[in-house]
Ligand binder design. Structure first.
Ligand SMILES: Nc1ncnc2c1ncn2[C@@H]1O[C@H](COP(=O)(O)OP(=O)(O)OP(=O)(O)O)[C@@H](O)[C@H]1O
Length: 897
């Protein structure tokens, strides 16, 4: 199949400069779907359970999880493991992909942890896209199409041309018209669909070569295949009109890296690799999903987000297919994927048809536009009073809206303050404070990430003093940054105003004070001081003082904003009656530009000395608490009469509103919002930290004291955690059985339970670190340590299966086969193995666990009077395989007694 007449671009094409009203802008949310792949043979072999269920075509829910971990998510579409690539394409990508044939940019992403099926899905999507695009082209009459393909891979923030890998790393350039472009990127003109398929396969191969030469490179690199479609329509005059759009197919790196980086935050372990692009992608999505499009979106923080900027909240239609494994062992990663998908659902794009015109047409259009503007400029007609009135009205509305936002911010701040008060009070009350500490430190996110993540989940690990010290340092750093930021913002504000403004001076000195006090705090030497000192310092730290200072800054800002209102009010025919008490009564930086304009030389009132002096006198009056009778008697009109209002041209007033007021509103608003956000964040983090410190103190003080929870509840909770971790770490089922039978929650068992919990938590962390450090190992090639463990578990099951015939009577065997639904087919040996293979496979089902333990105990001949000391296992590094397996040897020795 060949493309109909290809028209090589004879003239350079540019985006159409036609007025926006003639270009249709389409606002729509990103299409977000989730695809759950089947369990892999490896996962099945590891007795992994399904942790998720596709409840209906939009909903996915956790299953097999404890109730407090249960969750339900809804998306535009959810694809269960039986869904084919065709279904996923048709319902999750087709509509978006085909937009590219109609001049609208389109992007399809696959996001998910490694081995969740991203590449599998994107290959299917690419295939189906090619079919559909060529079907469309073949049916379109009167148009000609030019298709071009480019492909890149981003690995370690290096961009490589997949169509010309020898070209080495490529640079990104900022093109004023096209946005970010990859310099010297090969773009192949496509001859036909076979050619396109061949080129895409070449890119895949290229990626595969990378994979073999550098281990798990594919799971760490992002691949972007971009198909550019230009469709041209020729009219009789010979001018051509064209639509130009691109379809980007993006296969992202395994998302566990983003999650890992997020979790660890600034405390990321040395040496671990950060995939900046993925982290930035999640940040960008998170910010955009908060409805922020005007604030700073960190597109420029990574190459991936720079290249795909238009696809994330910009001029494109976007579909994201989130892929996930159903396995219980990947439940955390799947949750991260679903959280990402949930954020992505909220992102809105503004796609539009990209019209391009030939140069001749463009020149014509621009000439017309120039003449129109010239005519407008030469027009002597001043703006009508109606026009002025509407301008004022608009400004007034802006002010009111800003006022409402300020009130809202104040309310939020007050509520944050009262929460802080509550926490402080709770600190005074020992008993209560510990409960709060528990709730806060186990329930929510802490300042730090990585290791605390486990603490939250298990709720059992203590926090190391050095960790807390580090957290405190981090808070201090953040405080310092806040101060610096405030300084910078203030400089910016000051640049808009007259130098003699007292309010600004006060603001400057307030912020300098804050900075000085912050620097004092930071002057404590890094690493010095004990934890107690840190806690003492933290407790008596002047949060309140920082707050007071910021409050003072805020008040200054409030004054400025009120002054701004006055500035406008004094000129507003609509508002001056309502608010003439305040109007024009405050010298301020918002007003200053107005005054500057008004007191310009051509409009200078001969009776006025100069504008700065006028402002100064005015501010002095304001500062004087008791006015003299004369001053009071001074008619208001006399001061306002000095304003050269009447002599100012309408155009100047317009200019004044357009520039000075607008700039100042935005600056004040952004500044206040930023301060508020940062203070709230710091307060929250401090609360968490204080609570953690309290908890630590409580643990240290009360070691041996009675737990606030009844013993049996604590034991049940710990037992369930242990059982789940046995399962996740593939621990010997004989070990599980003996432990389960021996320890029933007596006070003397505590130490063994604590040791087992710590051992398993550590082991699980270690295994997950190993897996995260080398994501390919989580796929079809699990880590050697895990493999050894699983192998040992299998051997143990085979061993136990042999004992079924000797240790159980025929009746007992039959009864068990019936109870455990072991099919009759397959012979005795097979049935025995099937029975044993089912033991200890459902950690969340207490009766299953109990029965499993009873059967294993019977098979091995355990009685409940075993020696507890055998459980004093060592903490060894799994890299030391032999010592790590020693626990196994102990168990197998038991078997051969
Ligand atoms: N929907 C599915 N149905 C059947 N098998 C699947 C499905 N999705 C993925 N697989 C299989 O799972 C394995 C991993 O898939 P794939 O390589 O696509 O994962 P990935 O997310 O791209 O991994 P990586 O990030 O490491 O590149 C492959 O063997 C693939 O064939």
């Amino acid at each position: 199949m060949t493309t109909p007449p290809v028209t090589p671009p004879t003239t350079k094409v540019r985006p159409s400069p036609s007025p926006s009203s003639t270009r249709k802008v389409r606002e729509e949310k990103i299409l977000v779907t989730v695809r759950m792949r089947p369990l892999t043979p490896r996962e099945i072999g590891n007795y992994d359970l399904c942790a998720w269920d596709c409840v209906d075509e939009n909903t996915i829910a956790s299953t097999n999880l404890a109730r407090h971990n249960a969750a339900t998510y809804t998306f535009d579409r959810v694809f269960d493991p039986s869904s084919s690539n065709r279904t996923v394409y048709q319902l999750g990508a087709r509509d978006v992909a085909l937009s590219a044939t109609k001049g609208i940019n389109a992007t399809i992403f696959a996001y998910g942890q490694t081995s969740s099926g991203k590449t599998y899905t994107m290959k299917g999507i690419a295939e189906k896209c090619i079919d559909d695009i060529y079907a469309y082209i073949n049916n379109a009459t009167g148009s000609s199409f030019v298709l071009k393909l480019s492909a890149i891979e981003i690995y370690n923030e290096t961009v490589v041309d997949l169509l010309n890998p020898d070209s080495g790393p490529l640079r990104l350039l900022d093109d004023p018209e096209r946005g970010t472009v990859v310099e010297k990127l090969t773009e192949e003109v496509i001859k036909n669909s076979q050619h396109l398929r061949h080129l895409i396969a070449t890119c895949e191969d290229q990626r595969q070569v990378g994979e073999t030469s550098l281990n798990d490179r594919s799971s760490r690199s992002h691949q972007i295949i971009r198909l550019t479609i230009e469709s041209s329509l020729h009219d009789e005059s010979g001018c051509s009109k064209a639509l130009l759009a691109s379809l980007s197919l993006v296969d992202l790196a395994g998302s566990e890296r983003a999650a890992q980086t997020n979790a660890a935050g600034a405390r990321l372990k040395e040496g671990s690799h950060i995939n900046r692009s993925l982290l930035t992608l999640t940040n960008v999505i998170r910010k955009l999903s908060g409805g922020k499009k005007t604030g700073h979106i960190p597109y420029r923080d990574s190459k991936l987000t720079r290249i795909l900027q238009s696809s994330l909240g910009g001029n494109a239609r976007t579909a994201i297919i989130c892929t996930m494994s159903p396995a219980l062992s990947h439940v955390d990663q799947s949750r991260n994927t679903l959280a990402f998908a949930t954020s992505a659902k909220e992102v809105t794009n503004t796609a539009q048809v990209n019209m391009v015109v030939a140069e001749k047409q463009l020149v014509k259009h621009l000439q017309k536009e120039v003449s129109r503007l010239k005519a407008e400029l030469l027009s002597p007609e001043p703006p009508s009073s109606e026009c002025l009135r509407s301008l004022l009205l608009e400004k007034e509305q802006k002010i009111q809206q800003m006022q409402r936002e300020m009130d809202e911010l104040k309310r939020e701040r007050d509520s944050a303050q009262s929460q802080l008060e509550v926490v402080r009070k709770l600190q005074d009350d020992d008993g209560l404070s510990r409960q709060v500490a528990k709730r806060l430190s186990f329930g929510g996110e802490t300042v730090s990430g990585g290791s605390e993540r486990k603490t939250h989940r298990r709720g059992r690990q203590s926090i190391e003093p050095c960790v807390l010290r580090h957290e405190i340092r981090k808070l201090e750093m953040m405080q310092r940054r806040l101060g610096e930021e405030a300084d910078r913002t203030l400089d910016l504000l000051s640049s808009h105003t007259s130098a003699n403004n007292r309010s600004i001076e006060k603001l400057v000195s307030d912020i300098k004070n804050i900075n000085a006090s912050l620097k004092d705090n930071i002057s404590v030497k890094e690493g010095s001081g004990s934890l107690e000192e840190e806690i003492g310092r933290l407790k008596c730290e002047e949060t309140a003082s920082l707050e007071e200072k910021l409050e003072s800054v805020r008040k200054s800002l409030d004054k400025l904003v009120r002054g701004e209102e006055g500035c406008l009010d004094s000129r507003s025919p609509l508002k001056s009656n309502k608010r003439n008490n305040n109007s024009g009564s405050m010298p301020n930086f918002i007003r200053s530009p107005c005054l500057k304009n008004l007191h310009g030389t051509e409009n200078m009132d001969p009776g006025t000395h100069n504008s700065a002096a006028a402002v100064d006198t005015f501010s002095q009056k304001q500062a004087t608490p008791h006015k003299t009778a004369d001053e009071k008697a001074t008619p208001k009109s006399s001061s306002t009469s000095k304003q050269p209002q009447s002599s100012v041209s309408v155009k100047k007033i317009q200019m004044m509103f357009k520039t000075a007021a607008e700039d100042n509103y935005q600056n004040v608003k952004a500044y206040v919002t930023d301060l508020k956000e940062r203070v709230a964040k710091l307060q929250y983090q401090k609360q968490l930290l204080v609570c953690q410190v309290l908890e630590l103190e409580g643990k240290n003080d009360d070691l041996g004291e009675q737990s606030p929870l009844p013993r049996n509840l604590v034991f049940e909770d710990q037992k369930n955690q242990i059982i789940m971790m046995w399962h996740l770490c593939h621990v010997s089922i004989i070990h599980r059985t003996q432990f389960y039978m021996l320890f029933r929650g007596e006070p003397a068992d505590d130490i063994y339970i604590q040791v087992e919990l710590r051992r398993l938590t550590w082991l699980e962390q270690k295994l997950s670190d190993l897996g995260n450090a080398s994501p390919a190992l989580l796929g079809d090639e699990p880590a050697g340590y895990v493999t050894s463990s699983i192998k040992a578990l299998k051997q143990e099951r085979e061993y136990l299966a042999k004992r079924v015939s000797t240790k159980l009577s025929a009746d007992e065997r039959e009864m068990l086969y019936r109870r455990w639904e072991i099919p009759v087919e397959g012979g005795k040996q097979r049935r025995r193995l099937q029975l044993v293979n089912r033991l200890w496979t459902d950690p969340l089902n207490p009766s299953h666990v109990k029965e499993s333990a009873e059967i294993v105990a019977k098979l091995v001949g355990f009685c409940e009077t075993g020696s507890a000391e055998m459980f004093a296992l060592n903490f060894v590094n799994p890299s030391d395989k032999t010592s790590w397996m020693r626990g196994w040897n102990m168990i197998s020795n038991l078997l051969h007694r």
